[in-house]
Design a protein around this ligand. Structure first.
Ligand code: HEM
Ligand SMILES: [Cu+2]
Length: 472
C-alpha cells in the first residue's frame, strides 16, 4: 500500500464536486434544445460558456493533478507551488462563476474576439471573465514550469524527451510516461504564454483603446485552445503508460518508436490548430494546407504507437480487470474513436460541410468524456485502491463502467447524427427548418442523465476509498 499525496486527494474532491454539476449543465442545454425548458432559453448561452470553460478547466487540472502525482513518485515537485495552483484555481473559478451568474457573460468557451465586448451582457462581466482566465492561466503556467523543473533535476531535456532512445541507446532508463509528460508540459508552456499575450491584447484594447487585429486574435485563441485541450489528453495517456502495466503484469518500456512518435507530437502539435481557421479566407492559403497535414501528422503516430503498445501489453497477459484497467482500456478506445471523428473534420473538403455543426462537439466530447475523463478516473481509482486496499466490488465496478459508457456513447451518437444531418452547434432553440434536431437533443439529455447515474456508482466505489484515504 502507498499513501496518496494530499494534493492529489484535494484535486480529486474538486473533480468529484464540479464534474456532476457541469454534466447537469450539459443536460440542461440538451433539454432546452429538446424543447423542454424553452422558458429558460435566456440562460442557454451563459450555461454553455460555463459548461465549456468549466469542463475544459476541470479536465485540464485533473490531468495536471495526476501528472503531478505520478511525478511525485519519481522526482520532487514543489509542495508550495502545488498549493499555489490549487488556490489560484479556486480564486479563478469563483471569479468565473461571478461573471457568468451575476453578469450573465455568454461569450462561449473560447470568447472569440470581438464578441466579449459586443454582447448583451455588461462590459464588467466580460472583463471579469478575462481576469478569471488570467488568474487561472498564471497559476497553471507556474505549476507547469515547476513540474518541468522537477523533471529537469533528474534528467536532462534530451533524456526526458527520449532522444537517446532515438539514437539507439537505452541508458539511462526513462519511463515512457516521463517522455509524454515532458512533451505535454512543453506544449503547455507555449499554450499558456499565448493565452497571456491574447489577454494582454484584450486588456490593451479595453483600457488603452488600442484596436486589435481579429485574425491575429483568432490565431492566438486557437493556438491556445487547441493546444491546451490536446495536451490534457496527452497527460492522461502518459498516466495510462504508467499504470496499465500494473494490471497486465508486464512492463511498458520506452523505446525508439515510442520516443519518435511523441517527439513527432512535440514538433507538429503546435501547427495543427490551423484547422480551426479553414473558414477564414484572409488566413494565408499555405497555412490551411499545413493545418490539414499537421492535424494528421500529430495525431496518427502517437495514437497508433500507443494503441498497438496497449494491445500488445494486454494480449495473452493475465490481465486483472477492475475499474481502473477497464476505464484505461475504454479511455484509450475513446481517444482513438474521437480522434477519427476529429481527423474527418480536419479534412478541408469535409470541413466545408461539417464546420460548426454538432459534429464538432461530437468528436471533442468523445475523446474528452470517453477518453480523457475515463483515463483520469482510472488513475484516481488506482491510487485510492492502492492507498486503502479495500475489497473491490466487481459487480458495482462493472455496472458503473458500463453505465458511463452507454451514457457517454449515447450522448456522442446524438451529437454525431445531428451533425451529419446539418444541425448547427450553439443553437439554443431549433427553428422549424432544423426541427429534426429536437429529437436528438431529447435523447441526448436522457443519455447524459444515464452517464451521471454511472458516475454516481463510480463515486460509491472510488469515493469511499477517497474518504478512507483522506481520513487516515
Ligand atoms: C455527460 C456529459 C456532457 C454533456 C451532456 C455535455 C453537453 C454539452 C452540450 C449540449 C453542449 C452544447 C452543444 C451545442 O453547441 O449545441 C456542450 C458544449 C461543450 N462541452 Fe460538453 N457535455 C458533456 C461533457 C463535456 C466534457 C467532459 C467536456 C470536456 C472538455 C465538455 C466540453 C464542452 C465544450 C468545450 C463545449 C463547447 C462550448 C462552446 O461552444 O462554447 N463537455 N456540451
Ligand atoms: Cu483543434
Amino acid at each position: 500500500m502507498q499513501a496518496v499525496n494530499s494534493h492529489t486527494l484535494r484535486w480529486m474532491l474538486v473533480v468529484f464536486i464540479l464534474f456532476p454539476i457541469l454534466i447537469l449543465l450539459g443536460a440542461f442545454m440538451r433539454s432546452v434544445q429538446g424543447g423542454h425548458l424553452v422558458e429558460m432559453e435566456g440562460w442557454f448561452y451563459p450555461v454553455m460558456t460555463l459548461h465549456g470553460v468549466g469542463m475544459v478547466g476541470v479536465w485540464y487540472v485533473a490531468s495536471m493533478a495526476i501528472t503531478a502525482d505520478l511525478l511525485s513518485r519519481l522526482v520532487e515537485p514543489s509542495a508550495k507551488v502545488a498549493s499555489f495552483a490549487i488556490w489560484g484555481t479556486v480564486i479563478g473559478v469563483v471569479l468565473l462563476l461571478l461573471s457568468v451568474f451575476a453578469g450573465r457573460f455568454a461569450g462561449g468557451w473560447y470568447f472569440l474576439y470581438p464578441l466579449p465586448y459586443k454582447g448583451e451582457w455588461p462590459a464588467w462581466s466580460a472583463t471579469l471573465f478575462l481576469v478569471s482566465l488570467g488568474v487561472l492561466g498564471a497559476a497553471w503556467l507556474v505549476w507547469t514550469l515547476d513540474l518541468l523543473r522537477a523533471i529537469a533535476s533528474r534528467w536532462s531535456l534530451s533524456q526526458a524527451l527520449g532522444w537517446h532512445y532515438i539514437a539507439g541507446r537505452s541508458e539511462p532508463a526513462v519511463p515512457p510516461s516521463v517522455t509524454i509528460i515532458t512533451v505535454g508540459l512543453i506544449a503547455g508552456v507555449a499554450a499558456l504564454v499565448s493565452a497571456v499575450i491574447l489577454l494582454a491584447l484584450f486588456f490593451l484594447e479595453v483600457f488603452a483603446g488600442l484596436a486589435n487585429d481579429p485574425l491575429l486574435m483568432k490565431n492566438l485563441t486557437f493556438f491556445f485552445g487547441h493546444t491546451i485541450i490536446n495536451l490534457a489528453m496527452y497527460l492522461g495517456v502518459g498516466a495510462a503508460y504508467e499504470i496499465l502495466p500494473h494490471y497486465a503484469g508486464r512492463p511498458w518500456k520506452n523505446n525508439r518508436i515510442v520516443a519518435l512518435a511523441w517527439n513527432c507530437v512535440l514538433l507538429i502539435v503546435l501547427l495543427a490548430y490551423f484547422h480551426h481557421l479553414y473558414m477564414d479566407f484572409v488566413q494565408p492559403g499555405p497555412l490551411q494546407y499545413l493545418g490539414q497535414i499537421a492535424s494528421y501528422a500529430s495525431a496518427v503516430p502517437s495514437s497508433v504507437v500507443t494503441l498497438f503498445g496497449a494491445l500488445l501489453l494486454v494480449f495473452h497477459a493475465r490481465m486483472r480487470w477492475n475499474l481502473s484497467s477497464i476505464l484505461l482500456f475504454l479511455g484509450l478506445a475513446g481517444w482513438a474513436i474521437g480522434g477519427i471523428g476529429a481527423l474527418i473534420d480536419s479534412t478541408i473538403s469535409v470541413n466545408l460541410r461539417l464546420h460548426n455543426t454538432l459534429w464538432v462537439p461530437a468528436h471533442f466530447h468523445t475523446y474528452n468524456l470517453a477518453g480523457l475523463a475515463f483515463l483520469v478516473l482510472a488513475y484516481f481509482h488506482h491510487v485510492c485502491q492502492d492507498a486503502t486496499g479495500l475489497p473491490e466490488n466487481a459487480l458495482l465496478q462493472r455496472v458503473s463502467a458500463l453505465t458511463m459508457t452507454l451514457g457517454a456513447y449515447g450522448v456522442f451518437l446524438m451529437f454525431y447524427l445531428a451533425g451529419a444531418y446539418s444541425i448547427p452547434r450553439r443553437f439554443a432553440i431549433y427553428p422549424a427548418e432544423l426541427s429534426h434536431g429536437i429529437g436528438y437533443a431529447h435523447w441526448g439529455m436522457l443519455f447524459a442523465l444515464l452517464f451521471l447515474a454511472g458516475f454516481v456508482l463510480y463515486l460509491a466505489e472510488t469515493g469511499r476509498r477517497w474518504w478512507r484515504a483522506i481520513a487516515t
